[in-house]
Design a protein around this ligand. Structure first.
Ligand code: PEP
Ligand code: MN
Length: 295
């Protein structure tokens, strides 16, 4: 079955599951992405102020997140919109990491910024609009930081895997794929969440997969439902936008959860996450036994 599916992606052999490479565990500070632990990345769309970032980091850490998200360089569809605080935003992320103990994921948009963004980020985010910027992918890969590769909004699964292969070809094995919704003929929501794409990726690749219900929905009321679907489809984690006062957010407020909504979502997800962890252990029993045997 898996072979039939994988045959469609023969162009990208390095990202495909094989007996030699069952899966990739991506180490980030004191945890791994792609293992039995479900990973939650949460925080504002953009880093705005010290207070906004620190209270959000503190809150999401208490609620069980492992990673703080927040953009210091923002790709926006209008030249007149807020484009991020740049270096000042990165410094605030570093401070939030120090105070909360969370790892940091943040977007790098330009090849010129790769080195210094990598100094502040535990995971480099390549945004949807940059998924096919191959020189950016290669420069980001060379930092050796783990890369959160977001699916382009008009990218097929094959396109996403080709971009992932660019990173692997630079000798960086630590790629985390992210499904964040794609453009289809259905325009009632910001994007169409490709849950089947998550299931397919989990079936054919050895790379971890993260679901982004915020950008997929574009509307906060639907974020918890899409998060549940993402977990059920087999995602290894979530990346979710959370803001202390979403209606006043400088970007993507309409799809950001407030603290109470985030807590409720995490509560509702916990049985599904427990189920996923049980499934993961069942699938990898032999390997877990081996790891326990070697200490
Ligand atoms: C974001 O994470 O805030 C973002 C801009 O995401 P995407 O690249 O998926 O649109
Ligand atoms: Mn956003």
């Amino acid at each position: 079955m898996r072979e039939n599916l994988a045959a469609r992606f023969a162009e990208t052999p390095d990202v495909l599951f094989s007996p030699q490479r069952e899966r990739t565990l991506v180490p980030v500070r004191d945890f791994v992405v792609g293992g039995d632990e479900f990973i939650t990345m949460a925080g504002p769309c953009s880093v705005e102020t010290e207070r906004q970032l620190l209270v959000t980091a503190d809150h999401v850490a208490q609620a069980g997140a492992q990673v703080l998200r927040g953009g210091a360089f923002k790709p926006r569809t209008s030249p007149y919109s807020f484009h991020g605080l740049g270096l000042e935003g990165l410094k605030l992320l570093a401070k939030a990491r120090q105070e909360s103990g969370l790892a940091v994921v943040t977007e790098v948009m330009s090849e010129c910024d790769v080195e210094f963004v990598a100094e502040y980020a535990d995971i480099l985010q390549i945004g949807s609009r940059s998924m096919e910027n191959y020189s950016l992918l290669e420069a980001a890969a060379r930092t050796r930081r783990p890369i959160l590769l977001k699916r382009g909004m008009v990218a097929t699964i094959g396109d996403l895997l080709r971009s992932a292969q660019f990173i692997l070809c630079q000798g960086n094995p630590f790629v985390i794929l992210c499904e964040r919704g794609i453009r289809t003929f259905e325009t009632s929501l910001r994007n169409t969440f490709d849950a089947a794409g998550i299931a397919l990726l989990k079936e054919i690749t050895h790379l971890p997969v993260i679901a982004d219900p915020s950008h997929a929905a574009g509307c906060r009321d639907l974020v918890p439902a899409l998060a549940r679907i993402g977990v059920a489809a087999g995602a290894d984690g979530l990346i979710v936008e959370v803001h202390p006062d979403p209606d006043r957010a400088w970007s993507d407020g309409e799809q950001s959860l407030d603290f109470a909504e985030f807590d409720a979502m995490m509560d509702d997800l916990s049985p599904l996450i427990a189920l996923r962890e049980r499934g993961w252990r069942r699938k990898h029993t032999a390997e877990i036994q081996l790891l326990e045997a070697v200490g």
